[in-house]
Design a protein around this ligand. Sequence first.
Ligand code: MGD
Ligand code: MGD
Ligand code: SF4
Ligand code: MO
Length: 727
Amino acid sequence: MAPVIEHKPTFCRICEPLCGMIATVEDGHLVALRPDKQHPLSAGFACQKGIAFTEVVNDPDRVTVPLRRGPDGFEPVGWDEAMSDIASRLGEVLRRNGSGAVGWYMGNPGAFSYAHTFAALLFIKGLGRHGHYFTASSQDTNSRLIASQLLYGVPTSVPIPDLTRTDLLVMMGANPVVSHGSFLTAPRIKDRMHDIVKRGGRVVIVDPRRSETAMAFEWLGVVPDTDSLLLLSLLQVMFADGLVDIVTVKRQADGVEWLRSLCGSFTPEATAAQTGIDADSVRALAYDLVRTPRAAVYGRLGTCVGSHGTLTTYLIDAVNLVAGNLDVPGGSVFSSMHTVGQRWQNVAMGAVMRRSYRRKRSRISGTPSAIGSEPAALMAKEITTPGDRRIRAMFVSAGNPVLSVPNGEELEAAFGELELSVALDFYVTETSAQCDYILPVTTMYERDDFPYTFQAFQATPFRQATEAVVKPVGEARGEWDIVEDLAGRLGRRVPAFAVFNGVRRLLDACGFELTPRLMMDVLVRMSEGGNRFGLRRGGLTLRRLTEEHPHGVVLSPHIRTGVLRGAVAYLSRRVRLEHAGIAAEVEKLSRRSRPDGYPLRMIGMREPRSENSWMHNSPLLMRGDPRQHALMHVGDAAEQQIVDGDEVRISSPHGAITVPVLTTKDLVAGVVAVPHGWGHKGTGSWRLANRAGGANVNQLTSSDPADVEALSGMAWLTGVPVRVERV
Ligand SMILES: Nc1nc2c(c(=O)[nH]1)N[C@H]1C(S)=C(S)[C@@H](COP(=O)(O)OP(=O)(O)OC[C@H]3O[C@@H](n4cnc5c(=O)[nH]c(N)nc54)[C@H](O)[C@@H]3O)O[C@H]1N2
Ligand SMILES: Nc1nc2c(c(=O)[nH]1)N[C@H]1C(S)=C(S)[C@@H](COP(=O)(O)OP(=O)(O)OC[C@H]3O[C@@H](n4cnc5c(=O)[nH]c(N)nc54)[C@H](O)[C@@H]3O)O[C@H]1N2
Ligand code: SF4
Ligand SMILES: [Mo]
């Protein structure tokens, strides 16, 4: 019989542009992925990672049945046996030590699945008040979210540059030509940035490395981890030179005079030696930002993971505000789903988040709870430090923290002390290898989706949803099903789960399924373009999205502006600039010192054919046998007779790694760049990845509570003091 071949429109969920894809499905198997030409925004673009995903779905090294660790390594086990043992051991931990003895870490891919996000939250919040919740966000976004919480009263109000209308885009700490954008969902982002130049505008990249993006636009080289000084100087110039439209700014924000005095001493002359950017360039940039009618500053990973990430992010928004660029066309704007009643949802959510920020502290460091989560850098110590709320059972979903959080070796060892550890993953990774159970999960093409997390970061308001394009491979299950199953088994022990199970049964009897999908449907209906449950004829529902708009639908050509008062959750409806925590961070800036013996500074570097730690097993991406390399400035290398290809030992006060090095002029002198996500040492099942090996750069980063950023609990991943020696 001839095979049944289908071509199904869907979209990629590896990274944030969510490029449109056509999946070729032959007799129910995914056989190819190609870019969707009919997608209104990605319009036939997809990167190599997206195309290679067929190899992940069909990877022979993939885990497709539940695995239990036995005396001779992992052995297959039935779902029921696995779940019943997990439930009983977890129940025992809960009975003895309460919810404070349980932790859940949700890694980056979790954010790309609405059902997964709901599952993790249902589980950890359902267990009780004391559960430990960690996410990859404390290596990524929490500083951004806490800056928003301070400024706008709610972490979810995150301004993004109005990419399609701006004429001056200043990008700090982002490399979208490789990363494809983050906190900014913009397919074909490189083209959109070239459009700015084509219409007579400018794109300025502030980065210690002349990155792939800096190569394509203007480069301003900055010393790592000094952006806050640069931003304070931009503000100082704007205030001191009378460039600020004070009346308008005061209409938008409270604490403008406080901000003026905060930045008063940071003249460009005073900061130039530290930032490496001369005073004239800073002045010119300040004037350009004020005088260009459509200008925006945007910061991302490089500004979020410095030692003062929240302050830096706060200052980026302050510069946009003071320059008159906040919430105006072409400036820094709030994209949003425009859900009915959003203003009051913001107010309610802001109140809850600010309350937990004030009251909930992490056990080890006393760090305030950032959007309900704790610093992942301290996960190992939460497991090993005796006392109340010590973690004894740990769940890890869609994460590989042994490679992604500071001090992986410490975490790896800590897993050995747990009474129960469970990974939800489709690989045996450096982390899941340490667990008692690995529960096989579906990949993105085996589940339906609506990219809820990224709706508010869309450079062009857009909706797309997808059904699963193939059935789960092997015995894989979705994260929601796994948690629902556990909740069912723990119902007698955990009151919240008993309630959940009861409600679920009740709804079942009425013909409704209590699933996250139901909530997504409500959201789509009640948001911009939605059908409002029949009040708006022809409006969107989740089903209409998948059935009638399989390639997605653009809701409007541009982001709405003039929405600041709705984005702010404070009852004043004005941005709040004055915060003791911010003043304390500024004060720390002047007391910073670097340890003796570590003259260089390490930064990160993403690679086009890598996705954090988990795509090194695809033959297509690994063709030509790529290896991890550090980059070093030619001048610094020459001083130590280091040449291309040499193995070097990079040491920090926290650890050391050995990697081959390449020299380059495309770095600020004194900087070493090392990609993360490598360090596959054979504990995982991924054979190609193991062969490529590499070193775990997070042996150089710090899991000392003193090095966790004070306001948001972020790991300190850039500007880390190091020294390099030839081996
Ligand atoms: N190919 C690929 N794409 C990815 C990923 C991947 O691993 N591979 N990961 C995805 C994920 S999880 C994320 S969060 C996004 C991140 O996407 P981006 O936010 O674009 O982050 P990076 O690509 O890491 O680029 C950060 C830039 O900041 C610079 N930098 C480092 N330190 C400093 C500093 O102190 N100041 C300034 N101004 N710049 C600094 C670095 O040199 C680098 O060029 O990418 C996503 N996309
Ligand atoms: N030094 C340094 N460290 C960094 C960074 C850096 O720039 N420098 N970047 C940081 C950033 S931005 C991030 S986001 C974190 C990432 O840190 P993590 O999220 O902890 O790690 P990943 O490498 O993304 O691992 C993702 C895991 O999820 C699995 N997976 C993929 N899809 C799914 C799915 O649908 N469901 C489930 N259950 N599992 C799935 C993969 O097999 C893999 O094991 O790392 C951070 N660490
Ligand atoms: S850029 Fe990101 S979303 Fe687009 S195809 Fe590549 S991995 Fe997928
Ligand atoms: Mo990330």
